[in-house]
Design a binder for this molecule. Structure first.
Ligand code: 13P
Length: 256
């Protein structure tokens, strides 16, 4: 029988942040004391130009890595003629340990299919990174009663076979909740996360119970305790509120 997965609170800075923004990351590192770090893992995914600096400043020679660093996307291949793209191997080379794949903004803006997301997650595994695979329905799909079918199909199409629990995180992000201030009810979150857990156990029988399932979409300090308390919610993927140390740590404090 497996224990409850250790929570992860992850920040996705999206296309936000200049070098000056790293003072917020510095404040997060400083505030990540033993009380917090013994209960929850913290991760920040800045845009590519800040990745190396973020990775260096979160690695303490004496105390090890204080906050994990990840990227927001990777290419499916290790290298080659792909102008403007960044490989998982390059991300790992900065010291980063995570990469988000299949965020709904990339699925929409860059026409990423489940097959592409799956290949990216596979590339992440080859590079030794943990892939955070994002799934979630649109507003129209929820209204049509198709949320569970959409999420199930995305999981089946996006998760490579034989992933280990330590190399995989799933983030459920209903598209209509991202950046809108709207969130599903706790009962709706519980229903989708229960489905994701069941599908993970089905797809990855050895490790499915141990894979972390994050909720994302308008998570704030004011709603974190309720959302993080839902069964099978093992942390959060936070957009806007991860840009400041105050709000990001306010969300992580749900685990204090
Ligand atoms: P918000 O927290 O800004 O709604 O964004 C969620 C998200 O898309 C994280 O990946």
């Amino acid at each position: 029988m497996s224990t409850r997965p250790r929570p992860l609170v992850a920040g996705n800075w999206k296309m936000n942040g200049l070098r000056a923004s790293l003072t917020e990351l510095e404040a997060m590192v400083t505030a990540n004391n033993t009380a917090l770090s013994s209960n929850v893992d913290l991760l920040i995914c800045p845009p590519f130009p800040l990745l190396q600096m973020a990775s260096s400043m979160t690695l303490d020679a004496a105390k090890g890595r204080r906050i994990s660093i990840g990227a927001q996307d990777c290419h499916t291949k290790e290298s080659g003629a792909h102008t403007g793209d960044v490989s998982a191997q390059m991300i790992a080379d900065t010291g980063a340990t995570y990469v988000i794949v299949g965020h709904s903004e990339r699925r929409a803006d860059h026409a990423e299919t489940d097959a592409i997301v799956c290949a990216k997650a596979e590339a992440a595994r080859r590079a030794g990174l943990t892939a955070i695979i994002c799934v979630g329905e649109t507003h129209a799909e929820r209204e049509a009663g198709r949320a569970l079918d959409i999420v199930r199909a995305q999981l089946h199409g996006s998760i490579p076979q034989g992933m280990g629990a330590s190399h995989l995180v799933i983030a459920y992000e209903p598209v209509w909740a991202i950046g809108t201030g709207l969130t599903p009810t706790a009962a709706d979150v519980a229903q989708v996360h229960a489905l994701i857990r069941a599908e993970l156990v089905n797809l990855l029988p050895q490790v499915g119970a141990d894979v972390r399932i994050l909720y994302g979409g308008s998570v704030k300090p004011s709603n974190a305790v309720e959302l993080m308390g839902v069964e099978n919610v093992n942390g959060a993927l936070v957009g806007g509120a991860s840009l400041t140390a105050k709000d990001f740590l306010g969300i992580a404090a749900a685990y204090l």
